[in-house]
Design a protein around this ligand. Structure first.
Ligand SMILES: Cc1cc2nc3c(=O)[nH]c(=O)nc-3n(C[C@H](O)[C@H](O)[C@H](O)COP(=O)(O)OP(=O)(O)OC[C@H]3O[C@@H](n4cnc5c(N)ncnc54)[C@H](O)[C@@H]3O)c2cc1C
Length: 388
C-alpha cells in the first residue's frame, strides 16, 4: 500500500532518511517495520514563520517495496520517416524534434548558430570585449536563448500540457531527479549544455538531422503549400512541413513573413530593468535571519504590484546569479539573468517589468512592427547611454 501525506521537515533534516521515515511512521500510525521506504513527490520551502521548513508531499510504501524509477525514452528510428524541417534548435525546436520522433516523422533541424559547446567562445568574447556575433550569442545557437541562460523550469501557468513529461525528458538526458521534486526546479547554466548535447544525440541516434551555421532566409511555397526552405548560402532543402521555432529575437523571420504576405501582428510584451541585490539581503529578508543556514538554498522572491492600474512584476528571478548581455545586434543592449546550478554567486537579480500594450505605441494596431521598433529603439538608446 502507498500513502501520500504532507510533512514539515527542518532544513537540516532534508537528507535524513531515518528522520523522514520516522515522521511517516508517526503520522500514519503504523509499525516501523511496515514502512519499507519513501519517495518525496514535491517539496517547497515555507518561510512564512520564523522557523523555516520544507513542506514535502511524501509517498510512504507500507508493506510493499518502492519500485526504482527508470527514465528512458522508447523512441524508434525515423530514418525513413516523412521529413519535417524545424527552423531553430532552441527549446521549441528541440522539443519539436523529439515530438516528431515520437510521431514517426524525421526532424531536420536547421540552426543559424553553432553547436552548444562551440558557442562558448563567442560568449566569452562578448563578455570580455563586448563584441556581439549576430549569428552566435546568448540567444542564437544550439539550445537557443535558454542554454547559457539558467534553466529555471517552472511555469506560472498550469494550462501548458504535461510539464512532468518535459521534466522527465530532461532527466533522461542527464538532469538530476531533483527537478522532478523541487517546487522551483532549476538546472543551471553550467549543466544545461551537456543536457542539450545529449538531446541532440538522441535525435541523431533515431534518424533525425542537424544542420548548424545555416540560416534560413526563405520558406519555399507554391500554390499555397510549403515546399521547404532556402538557406543563406543559396541551398534549398525540400519538405512539405516546416516548423518555425526561431524565438523572439529573430527579427529577420518576422520581416520574412511580412515580405511574403503571411499574417503577423503586434503582440503586447513586458519591458523593464534588471535589479541586482547582494544575495545576503534577500536571504535575510526571506529567511528572517542574519546569515542563511547552510541547509537552505539562496532565497528567491517574487514581486507583484499594481501601479496606475497596470501590473509591475518580477520576472526570471535569479538567486546567486549573474546579469548577461543578450543582444543579437551590434548597436543594442539588452540584458537577462542566469545562475549556475549552485546559485553561489554573491548577487541576486531579477527582471522587474511592466506590461506594454498595443495602445502604448503609436500605430501598433496597424503596423505589426511598431512594438518591435519601439523595443529596438530602447535597446539602441541603452547601448548609447551605456557608452557603446
Ligand atoms: C539570459 C536568459 C535567461 C533566461 N532564463 C530562462 C529560464 O531560466 N527559464 C526559462 O524558462 N526561460 C528563460 N529564458 C527565456 C528562454 O530562453 C526563452 O523563452 C526560450 O529560449 C524560447 O525558446 P524558443 O525555442 O522559442 O526560442 P529560442 O530559444 O530563441 O531559439 C530559437 C533558435 O532559432 C535559431 N534561429 C533563429 N532564426 C533562425 C533562422 N533564420 N535560421 C535558423 N535558425 C534560426 C536561433 O539561433 C535560436 O537558436 C532566458 C532567456 C535569456 C536570454
Amino acid at each position: 500500500m502507498q500513502k501520500e501525506i504532507e510533512i514539515a521537515i527542518l532544513p537540516e533534516r532534508i537528507e535524513d532518511d531515518q528522520y523522514i521515515l520516522q515522521q511517516g511512521i508517526k503520522a500514519l500510525k503504523v509499525q516501523p517495520q511496515q514502512v519499507k521506504g519513501y519517495k518525496i513527490r514535491k517539496r517547497s520551502i515555507d518561510a512564512r514563520s520564523k522557523q523555516v521548513v520544507y513542506r514535502a508531499r511524501v509517498i510512504y510504501y507500507i508493506d510493499e517495496l518502492p519500485v526504482p524509477e527508470i527514465y528512458e525514452n522508447n523512441f524508434k528510428s525515423v530514418k525513413d520517416g516523412k521529413p519535417v524541417i524545424i527552423i531553430g534548435a532552441g527549446p521549441a525546436g528541440l522539443f519539436a524534434a523529439i515530438r516528431c520522433i515520437e510521431r514517426g516523422l524525421k526532424p531536420i533541424v536547421i540552426e543559424r548558430g553553432k553547436k552548444v559547446q562551440d558557442r562558448r567562445r563567442d560568449l566569452a568574447k562578448l563578455n570580455r570585449e563586448g563584441i556581439v556575433n549576430p549569428e552566435s550569442n546568448y540567444c542564437f545557437g544550439e539550445g537557443g536563448a535558454g542554454t547559457y541562460s539558467d534553466g529555471k523550469l517552472y511555469t506560472r501557468s498550469n494550462k501548458r500540457g504535461d510539464v512532468d513529461k518535459v521534466l522527465r525528458l530532461f532527466v533522461s538526458h542527464g538532469a538530476t531527479t531533483d527537478i522532478l521534486v523541487n517546487a522551483r526546479p532549476h538546472i543551471g547554466t553550467n549543466k544545461l549544455p551537456n543536457i542539450i548535447e545529449a538531446m541532440r544525440e538522441s535525435v541523431l541516434e533515431f534518424g533525425g538531422e542537424f544542420h548548424f551555421d545555416q540560416r534560413v532566409d526563405d520558406i519555399l511555397e507554391s500554390f499555397g503549400q510549403v515546399r521547404g526552405v532556402k538557406l543563406a548560402n543559396g541551398e534549398e532543402i525540400k519538405a512539405d512541413h516546416v516548423i518555425v521555432a526561431t524565438g523572439h529575437s529573430a527579427r529577420d523571420i518576422f520581416e520574412l513573413f511580412h515580405r511574403n504576405n503571411w499574417l503577423i501582428e503586434a503582440k503586447a510584451f513586458a519591458l523593464g530593468v534588471r535589479i541586482e541585490h547582494p544575495q545576503a539581503i534577500i536571504d535575510q529578508a526571506q529567511y528572517h535571519c542574519q546569515v542563511r543556514s547552510e541547509h537552505l538554498p539562496p532565497a528567491y522572491y517574487s514581486l507583484v504590484e499594481q501601479v496606475n492600474d497596470r501590473g509591475v512584476f518580477s520576472f526570471c528571478m535569479c538567486p546567486g546569479g549573474v546579469i548577461a548581455p543578450c543582444a543579437t545586434d551590434l548597436d543594442e543592449i539588452v540584458v537577462n539573468g542566469w545562475s549556475p546550478s549552485k546559485r553561489n554567486n554573491p548577487h541576486a537579480n531579477s527582471g522587474t517589468v511592466i506590461q506594454i500594450n498595443l495602445e502604448d505605441v503609436a500605430n501598433a494596431h496597424k503596423d505589426p512592427f511598431a512594438l518591435l521598433n519601439f523595443q529596438k529603439e530602447i535597446e539602441r538608446k541603452a547601448f548609447a547611454v551605456g557608452g557603446g
